[in-house]
Design a protein. Structure first.
Length: 261
């Protein structure tokens, strides 16, 4: 561990020295590239040429470049100056007048624009009020529609309840009717054997069946009923297709009587 720590320290020192040396060399190169020896320039030479009409002045620099300046040696003319001043004044007055006219035209345009904007704003306010009233009406209609929908839902629930109750009652009615029909069928099925047994007993005993009291030959039980015998029982009838006659059971009480069973 001691050898490793010493080697690490030595490497760190060497690396630091190398970095410092590289920075020093780079700075020296940059300093040498940007450093210039100061040069003392001679002042420019100014000369005049009085032979020229416009008083030429020449400025010659140290790099042999020249600048020529022409100067008007004449004194200013007062009359010309006043004329120029009057021209400037008139032009200024004209510019001010034009500016005033433009300002008035601009003000009139702005006023007309403001009037138009005011009218449009009034129309927009009226439209906004109308829209607000319409919105309030829509809200009221929405609330009323919600109430109507809730009422319709209540009515729908009641109708569904009534339909379910009616279906239940119908099922009960159908079941009761079916029970009644089954009972009637059972009674009818039981009545036929009894009727057959009564007929067999009557013929076995040799008892004479009842006929009409006046001795006529009835065609059916209704003729017997009309003749005055209105008790249920076995009677002899003589239809046209069977002149010799046969015995039947007559129902003289159900629905007015006179039924050939």
């Amino acid at each position: 561990p001691q050898r490793m720590s010493c080697g690490y320290i030595l490497c760190t020192v060497l690396l630091s020295v190398a970095v410092l040396l590289a920075v020093t060399v780079t700075g020296a190169i940059l300093f040498m590239n940007h450093y210039h020896t100061p040069v003392t320039e001679s002042p420019p030479v100014i000369s005049t040429n009085p032979e020229e009409a416009n008083a030429l002045v020449t400025i010659e620099k140290a790099d042999s470049s020249r600048i020529n300046i022409f100067i008007d040696p004449n004194c200013p003319d007062a009359a010309g100056t006043f004329g120029r001043l009057e021209g400037l004044q008139s032009s200024v007055l004209r510019a001010v007048t034009d500016h005033d006219a433009e300002a008035k035209a601009t003000k009139s345009q702005q006023k007309a624009l403001l009037v138009t904007v005011a009218d449009e704003v009034a129309k927009l306010l009226t439209h906004a009020v109308q829209l607000r009233a319409d919105c309030d009406g829509l809200k009221k209609g929405h609330s009323a529609m919600g109430q109507e929908l809730s009422a319709l839902q209540g009515e729908q629930g009641r109708l569904i309840q009534l339909l379910s109750e009616s279906q239940t009652n119908m099922a009960r009615l159908v079941s009761s009717v079916s029970d009644v029909l089954e009972a009637l069928q059972k009674e009818r099925g039981g009545a036929r054997p009894r009727l057959k047994a009564d007929l067999q007993r009557a013929s076995a005993r040799g008892a004479r069946p009842r006929g009409c009291s006046n001795g006529s030959r009835p065609r059916d039980c209704f003729d017997i009923y009309v003749s005055g015998q209105q008790e249920d029982g076995i009677y002899s009838i003589f239809p046209m297709h069977y002149p010799s006659g046969f015995q039947v059971y007559c129902d003289m009480t159900t629905d007015g009587g006179g039924w050939t069973v």
